[in-house]
Design a binder for this molecule. Structure first.
Ligand code: C5P
Length: 245
């Protein structure tokens, strides 16, 4: 391989996508968000009423599915059978379904195969949960980006709050307030709670599944961003990459 592979793994909300996009721009690599592939398949499963717990039908579905990642400057444009689903796959129902669909071992093997094909030429920043451990155990650079759950939750809240359908739904349940009303402190606390719970559920499934559970590769550099600013994380990661190339 002439050009290197940079593997970025870590739990939900640690800032992997932001970091991956930054490093890709900085070093002139393509960035590939593997989570988007699980999300795209999960969306197709939702649309066709599949049971997320049944692996065989999901495998059959995967075999008839074309998922394309188009690297852009700030992330990936994601095509599901030719349709742009980039926005839709970020919604909470898909997020939760992707996390359930991704526990199945054969399905993971299928995804890993696709991801190897996409990345094997090198010159890529590949981001996910198992890139350094399963997809490219021989990646030249491996970064495991972590942060305390509460910090990841509140970063997610600030990022997602204005347009999260799940939050709108729970807000409607919690009060009769109009969505145009200013968010009260109490409402914000409830919203953050919903996001944190969802994040912890996903972490739990990712860390405890039988097949390639989320964990740092033995040779990964662990970057804990709990007490770091975004700029600090980006600079630190650039240093790590430079020292490995
Ligand atoms: O990274 P993102 O949040 O988009 O990933 C969605 C879900 O897909 C994760 O919660 C995780 O369960 C799964 N995933 C995975 N392996 C990857 C990438 C994502 O299991 N390499």
């Amino acid at each position: 391989r002439e050009r290197p592979i940079i593997a970025i793994d870590g739990p939900a909300g640690a800032g992997k996508s932001t970091l991956a996009a930054h490093l890709a721009r900085r070093f002139g690599f393509l960035n590939l968000e593997t989570g988007a592939m699980y999300r795209a398949l999960a969306l197709k499963a939702i649309e066709n009423d599949y049971d997320f717990d049944e692996e065989a039908p999901l495998m059959a579905l995967a075999a008839q599915t074309r998922i394309t990642l188009e690297p852009q400057l700030d992330g990936n444009r994601v095509l599901l059978d030719g349709m742009d689903v980039s926005r839709r796959i970020r919604e909470t129902d898909v997020t939760s379904a992707a996390s359930k669909v991704s526990v199945h071992p054969h399905l993971r093997a299928w995804m890993v195969q696709e991801q190897r094909t996409l990345g094997e030429a090198g010159g890529v920043v590949m981001e996910g949960r198992d890139i350094g451990t399963a997809v490219f155990p021989d990646a030249e650079v491996k970064i495991f980006l972590d942060a305390a759950p509460e910090v990841r939750g509140s970063r997610r809240y600030r990022q997602a709050a204005p347009r999260s359908p799940a939050l709108e739904a729970t807000r409607e349940q919690n009060s009769a307030r109009q969505t145009s009303d200013p968010v009260t402190a109490e409402q914000q606390r409830l919203d953050e709670e919903v996001i944190l719970r969802e994040l912890k559920d996903r972490d739990y499934r990712d860390r405890n599944r039988a097949e390639s559970p989320l964990r740092p590769a033995a040779d990964a550099v662990i970057l804990d961003s709990t007490a770091m600013t975004l700029d600090e994380v980006l600079l630190q990661a650039e240093k790590i990459v430079r020292s490995h190339l």
